[in-house]
Design a protein around this ligand. Structure first.
Ligand code: BES
Ligand code: MN
Ligand code: ZN
Length: 505
């Protein structure tokens, strides 16, 4: 889908469908919707008083306006979409409404449509932000992963062009900028979704590294990929221990964007868990639902996606992305429960359960970031099933050792509509990670499973400002929700981009 912006009058645009909107409890539409209403003889007002158009969020009514009946009105159809109540309107409603509209148009076989920016009038939202939300909702809401399905003539394709129309020339530059930003954010999010949806036989650690290299080359940033002998030399015993059960070689990915050259300490390190398939290893997972573990590189996908956007949007800080990619397999050389491994920073770890592999790889990825001078670290990981128990699949738990960085992450997540909530790193739960024979144990026993995993990682971050986002429950959805079709969500790619943009303002 291509999104363009034009200046013009809504009654004069040649389009298959013109999308306008209405808040709940409005009986005389104003603005663009009012202009359309007058041009078609008050039909919208009539449908409101008949109770057919209610303004309920995402509910839409299609009105046919053929040229024979309305010679002075150019659009062939008008779709009036509800924005819900004025008080509850925000950018998330704008994203959801845009997604619902675009899917409805797809079902009707529409190819080209024009739309106004939702809520910028009486909704009172900033035009650039509203235009960004419109682009994101439309692009992300119509996302599909069809590449392994044969062509189906019954399947309706997405619309081809969406034209954003605005009559006030003074608003054009804001709308243009918002749409452009929305496209960049959405493409990054889409890349992350594609990687998570990709089956493990098609996406090995080497394949993931190749994607990172391509993203880096396209964005003019650097990418270094280390292999087994490199990371062994660096002492990454925790990471290597996880990788040794698989025949597919590990790949340690490090992308860097230089947005503040000469000020290397002005940096942000994004660390993504990159398990390209998590069988559990010798502590094998049960069979049911194991296929979902193709998505255990969702953290890595989000940091690679974010780097794509960052390379295009160019914030004024140095951003690094690290992903210690590997499978977690029960091959003959696999590590065993009870093994003790030594992480890059010298900490010894008793591997109580080989299925708690994410924290082992993160320990060394964070050790690497610190060895390179990281001053802020944000890690993203499909880390614990307990995240779903704690907060469900709509909210990602967040942990951290620095109120300012946690606050910045939460603020970024809030403005892009990727819900997160901070949980505490309490000293009582921390003790559950202690081992009788090593410095740490990779499991924390009963209770607080997301917290013990976070405490484990916290130990490697040390005093450096660090935030951990557990996306185990939020990176894939079983059914469509708002602008997120069933399958990979891309969470928290847009939060990471937003964070880098605000830190690098
Ligand atoms: N990748 C899983 C976590 C996960 C579970 C992600 C469900 C997405 C959906 C992780 O490696 C894992 O296996 N965690 C274990 C830890 C346990 C062994 C301490 C878990 O959560 O059960
Ligand atoms: Mn696991
Ligand atoms: Zn895992």
């Amino acid at each position: 889908m291509e999104i363009t912006v034009v200046e013009g009058d809504v009654t004069e645009i040649e389009t298959e469908v013109l999308i306008v909107n209405l808040f709940e409890a409005v009986d005389a539409p104003a603005g663009a919707t009012g202009a359309v209403d007058s041009a078609i003889g008050g039909l919208i007002t009539e449908l409101i008083s008949d109770g057919e158009i209610t303004g309920a969020a995402s509910a839409s009514v299609l009105i046919h306006t053929p040229n024979s009946a309305y010679p002075k009105f150019k659009p062939s159809r008008v779709l009036v979409v509800g924005l819900g109540s004025e008080e509850s309107f925000d950018l998330n409603v704008a994203r959801r409404v845009s997604a619902a509209v675009i899917r409805r148009l797809r079902t009707s076989g529409v190819k080209n449509a024009a739309t106004i920016v939702h809520g910028a009038g009486i909704g009172g939202i900033d035009r650039a932000a509203g235009a960004q939300a419109l682009a994101e909702g439309s692009l992300l809401g119509s996302y599909r992963f069809n590449k392994y399905k044969k062509a189906d003539p019954k399947r309706r394709d997405n619309i081809e062009t969406l034209t954003v129309i605005e009559h006030d020339s003074s608003k054009m530059s804001a709308i243009y900028a918002g749409v452009e930003k929305g496209i960049v954010y959405s493409q990054a999010d889409t890349l992350a979704r594609d990687l998570v949806n990709e089956p493990a036989n098609k996406l090995s650690p080497s394949d993931l590294a190749a994607v990172a290299e391509r993203v880096a080359a396209d964005g003019g940033i650097s990418c270094v990929v280390l292999g087994e002998s490199d990371v062994s030399k660096l002492g990454m015993g925790a990471y290597v221990g996880v990788a040794q059960g698989s025949d597919r070689p590990l790949k340690f990915i490090h992308m860097s964007y230089e947005g503040d050259p000469g000020n290397e300490e002005n940096n942000l390190w994004l660390v993504g868990k990159g398990i390209t398939f998590d069988s559990g290893g010798i502590s094998l997972k049960p069979g049911a639902g194991m296929g979902k573990m193709k998505g255990d590189m969702g953290g890595g996908a989000s940091v690679i996606g974010a780097m794509q956007a960052i390379s295009r949007l160019k914030p004024n800080l140095n951003v690094h992305a690290v992903c210690a990619a590997t499978d977690n397999m029960p091959g003959a050389a696999a590590q065993r429960p009870g093994d003790v491994v030594t992480a890059m920073n010298g900490t010894t770890i008793e591997v109580d359960n080989t299925d708690a592999e994410g924290r082992l790889t993160l320990a060394d990825a964070i050790g690497y970031a610190l060895s390179k001078g990281a001053v802020r670290i944000v890690d993203v990981a499909t880390l614990t099933g307990a995240a779903r128990v704690a907060l469900g699949d709509g909210v990602s738990p967040v942990f951290g050792n620095d109120d300012e960085l946690v606050g910045a992450v939460l603020e970024a997540s809030n403005s892009v509509g990727e819900s997160m909530w901070r949980l505490p790193l309490d000293p009582v739960t921390k003790r559950q990670n202690s081992s009788r024979i090593a410095d740490l144990k990779n499991t924390g026993g009963r209770g607080g499973g997301s917290t013990t995993a976070a405490h484990f990682i916290a130990d490697f971050a040390g005093e450096t400002p660090w935030v951990h986002i557990d996306i185990a429950a939020t990176s894939m959805l079983d059914s469509t929700r708002g602008w997120t079709p069933a399958g990979a969500t891309g969470v928290p790619t847009r939060s990471l981009i937003e964070l880098a943009m605000t830190l690098g303002e």
